[in-house]
Design a protein around this ligand. Structure first.
Ligand code: HEC
Length: 161
C-alpha cells in the first residue's frame, strides 16, 4: 500500500512539476498577439523593471514620442547590466506617451529570438496601440532601418547606465 502510494505520488509529481517549470519559462511565438498576451498577462511588463539608467518616464526623442518609459525582462536586464549581448528571450518594451505625459499612445517592444531574422539582429518588432491592437509586427522595415544604426549595441539606442 505504501509502495503504491509512493508510485502514485511520483507519477503526480513527475507530470506536474515539469509543467510548472515550462509554464514559467515558456516564451511566446514571434507573433504580435502571442507577444501581447505574454507581456500583459503571462508576465506583465510593468512589473519587469526599468532599463538601467531610465527609471520612470523621461523626455523622448523622435520618432517615438514626447515621453517614454522603457522596461526590460530579466534576461535583458541581466545582459544590459553586465554589458553582454542580448540573449534569446530578451524583451525590451517601450511605452510612448503624448505631449501631456499621461496619454499612452503606443507600446513598441523588441523581442530577441535566435534565428528569427539574422539580418535584423534576430529581433521581432511590434507596435501596439494603447488598447493592445496591433499596428505593426514582425520584421518591420521601419524599426529595422532606424535601429540598424546601433546594431553594434544589440540594436538598442539606450546605453545601460
Ligand atoms: C527613425 C528612427 C526609429 C524608428 C523608425 C524606430 N525607432 Fe525605436 N528608437 C529610436 C531611438 C532614437 C530610440 C531611443 C529613444 C530615447 O530613449 O530617447 C529608440 C528606442 C526604442 C526602444 C527602447 C530600446 C532602445 O533602443 O533604446 C524600443 C524597444 C524601440 N525603440 C522599439 C522600436 C520599434 C518596435 C519600432 C518600429 C515599430 C521602432 N523602435 C522604430 C529610433 C527609432
Amino acid at each position: 500500500m505504501k509502495r503504491l502510494a509512493s508510485i502514485v505520488l511520483t507519477l503526480i509529481l513527475s507530470s506536474f512539476l515539469p509543467a510548472v517549470s515550462t509554464m514559467a519559462e515558456e516564451l511566446p511565438a514571434p507573433d504580435g498577439k502571442a507577444l501581447w498576451t505574454y507581456m500583459t498577462k503571462t508576465s506583465p511588463y510593468v512589473g519587469w523593471g526599468y532599463w538601467p539608467g531610465r527609471y520612470g518616464m523621461y523626455e523622448g526623442t523622435e520618432p517615438h514620442g514626447a515621453h517614454l518609459k522603457v522596461f526590460a525582462n530579466g534576461p535583458a536586464l541581466r545582459a544590459a547590466r553586465e554589458g553582454k549581448p542580448m540573449p534569446a528571450g530578451a524583451i525590451v518594451v517601450k511605452e510612448n506617451y503624448g505631449m501631456d505625459g499621461k496619454t499612452l499612445m503606443a507600446v513598441t517592444p523588441m523581442y530577441k529570438m535566435n534565428g528569427y531574422n539574422p539580418e535584423g539582429g534576430d529581433w521581432f518588432w511590434a507596435k501596439y496601440n494603447a488598447d493592445g491592437s496591433i499596428d505593426k509586427e514582425g520584421k518591420v522595415g521601419g524599426c529595422i532601418k532606424c535601429h540598424e544604426a546601433v546594431k553594434d549595441q544589440n540594436w538598442i539606442f539606450n546605453k545601460a547606465e
